[in-house]
Write a protein that binds this ligand. Structure first.
Ligand code: HPA
Length: 278
């Protein structure tokens, strides 16, 4: 499996997409665990399973459909990733973030990213939605930055700025939608870890001390690659469980999927509201 993808390989995927759809989307949405159903709202969709694209990794996780759905939502043409690729599946960082490179070369300018996450902030309860205002790049700190390796100057700079991983204007739009729709929108810092084991109590106390409000196993590599390529990013965590800071409760993937049912309608309202104003 390739450690890095060449521009030619990325563009080969883009050409395949262009042959499978006449849509030319500017906005993408990545759906996290348990949030697949959001894609059902896309009108007159073209559906492309990951497995039908050259070089594309396939999603192996239950709760991740592994398809690209391109169609209309709230007057925008959207590119929806129903499922994503995770580092814990054994894929390389280049594979995990390949879809983002494809988005960029396909013309996407704005990416809305969602995930299921544990609530590290003790005020958060399962079913909450958190606007991601910043992140902790633990994977990068451990030497797994997706931008390691050759840099393609046509795509972005060698040393990209990360002062605003999550676009402030888009955050303001989301706050406005939440207010109008009377949705309680939490805010905070998402800590990105590799998984697949959930965190232990000491991990979680450390994450809280480090400033984390939510914790999950995705998103951060995707956002770094998106920012490298100049995409604007908006991010939401669906809080599926309370992080277990004292070791008194057990976390399961089933409860993550279950919480998605409460979170999906809120997430849908937020995303629809933002799309209307883009
Ligand atoms: N930890 C990490 N990832 C998660 C969690 C969690 O508690 N819940 C959902 N994804």
């Amino acid at each position: 499996m390739s450690a890095h993808f060449s521009l030619d390989q990325i563009d080969e995927i883009v050409k395949t997409l262009q042959s499978r759809t006449s849509y030319r989307p500017r906005v993408s949405i990545i759906l996290g665990s348990g949030l697949n159903d959001l894609a059902n709202s896309v009108q007159t969709p073209d559906v492309i399973p990951f497995g039908e694209l050259p070089h594309f990794p396939v999603s192996t996780v239950f709760g991740h459909a592994g398809r690209i759905i391109i169609g209309e939502l709230e007057g925008q043409t959207v590119f929806v990733m129903q499922g994503r690729i995770h580092f814990y599946e054994g894929y390389t960082m280049a594979q995990v973030t390949l879809p983002i490179r494809v988005m960029q070369r396909f013309g996407i300018e704005t990416m809305i990213v969602t995930n299921a996450a544990g609530g590290v902030n003790p005020e958060f309860i399962p079913g909450d939605v958190m606007l991601i205002t910043d992140h902790l790049n633990f994977l990068g700190m451990m030497g797994h930055n997706p931008l390691m390796g050759p840099n393609y100057d046509e795509i972005g700079p060698r040393f990209p700025d990360m002062s605003q991983p999550y676009d402030r204007a888009l955050c303001d739009l989301a706050r406005g939608v939440a207010k109008k729709e009377k949705i309680t929108l939490r805010e905070g810092v998402y800590a990105g870890l590799s998984g697949p084991s959930f965190e232990g109590p000491a991990d979680l106390r450390f994450l809280r001390l480090a400033g984390a409000d939510s914790v999950g196993m995705s998103t951060v590599p995707e956002v770094i690659v998106a920012r490298h390529g100049g995409l604007r990013v908006l991010g939401f965590s669906g809080i599926s469980n309370k992080a277990n800071l004292d070791g008194s409760t057990v976390t399961t993937h089933e409860e993550v999927i279950e919480a998605g049912k409460v979170i999906t309608p809120k997430m849908e309202k937020l995303i629809r509201g933002v799309l209307r104003q883009l």
